[in-house]
Design a protein around this ligand. Sequence first.
Ligand code: NAD
Length: 349
Amino acid sequence: MSATWDLPDFDDHEGIHLFRDPDAGLSAIIAVHSTHLGPAAGGVRFWHYPDSTGAITDALRLSRGMSYKNAMAGLPMGGGKAVILADDDRTKTPEMLRAFGRAIEGLGGKYVTAEDVGMTDDDMVVIRGETDHVSGLPVESGAAGGDPGPYTALGVYLGVKAAAKHVLGNEDMTGVHVAIQGVGSVGGGLARLLRKDGAQITLADVDSVRATALAEEVGGDVVEPGAILSIDADIVSPCALGAILDATSIAALNCKIVAGGANNQLAKREDGQRIHDRGILYAPDYVINAGGIINVGLEYLGQGDREEVETRIGKIPERLEQVWLESEESGDPASDVADRIAQRLIGRG
Ligand code: NAD
C-alpha cells in the first residue's frame, strides 16, 4: 500500500492533516512543511480537484513553496498551505468555513491561514470566529494586512526594475517593453505602476474585456493569450497561472528577462536550467512575489504598519540581486540558487 510520503512531492513535510466534517460539508487538507522559522503560514485554496491525490499533491507543493517564500522574505514564519476540496458546484458555506476554522484551531497555532485562490477576506472573518490563527482580515487604512494583491504587485514591480537594472544597466523604465500575462490583482497593479514610469506595456488575459479595459487605462497594447510569452519584449511578466514555463514556451521566449508574480512558474525544476541556458534572467517566483505574504505575515505577528510592510517589500530587489550574483558565480540557474538559499534558511541545507 502506498502512502502520502511516497508521493513525488513529499519533502519531509512535518505534517499532513486531513479533516472531514460531513455535517458542515468540509473536506480539507492542511500541509505543514516546516515550522523551523515559526508558525507555518500560507493561504487556503478553495478548489475543485478531480481526486484527493491531486489535492494532497497541491498542498504538498504549495506548502513547501511557502516555506521557501517566507524564509526568503525574512519572516519569522514557516511554510504551510491548506486546501478545501470544493464539490462540483463549488458551494462554500459559513458552516464549512467555521469547521475549517476549528480544524486550524485544533493544530494549536502550528498553521496560520490567509486567503488564496477562491477565498476572500470576508471568508477570513468567518474563520476568525473559530480561531485566532488567521490573517488577511480587513484592516483599517495605514495598518498592515488586508488584501495581499496590491502588495504583491508592488514587490513584483520593484523586482522587475531590479532585473532591468541588472540586465539593461539602469532602472529607468522609460520605453522598456514589458509583456504581462494576466491582468488581475497582481498583473493589473504591476501595469499601472510601470506605466507611471513610462514603460511600454503589452497585455494579455483570457478575459479579453478586462485586458482591453486596462490597456485603455494605461495606454498599452493587447495580444491574444497564446502570443504573450513569445512576443518580442525586454521583459515577460507571468502574472496568471503556474507551470507556464516549459520546454516549448522557453524555446519560444523572445525576451531578456522573465520576472512575474505567478506562483510555481516553472513546470519542472529542469525548466530553470532551460531558461538559464538561453541566457535569460529569471526572477524566482517566490522571491519576487513575496509582497503579499509580507503584508499578511506582519498583520498576524502584529509587527508594524503599512510603512513597515513597504520597507520590507523594498528589500525584494536586494534578495533577487543576491540570487543572480550567486547564480553568475556558480554557473547554476537562479531557480536552483534560490532553492539552495531557502533550504539553508529553513535548516535543510
Ligand atoms: P487574479 O485572479 O486577480 O488574476 C489572474 C488573471 O489571470 C485573471 O484576470 C485571469 O483571467 C487571467 N488568466 C487566467 N488564465 C490565463 C491565461 N492562460 N492567459 C492569460 N491570462 C490568464 O489573480 P492574482 O491575485 O492577480 O494572482 C495572479 C498570480 O499571482 C497567481 O499565480 C497567484 O497564485 C500569484 N500570486 C498572487 C498573490 C496575491 O497576493 N494575489 C501573491 C503571490 C502570488
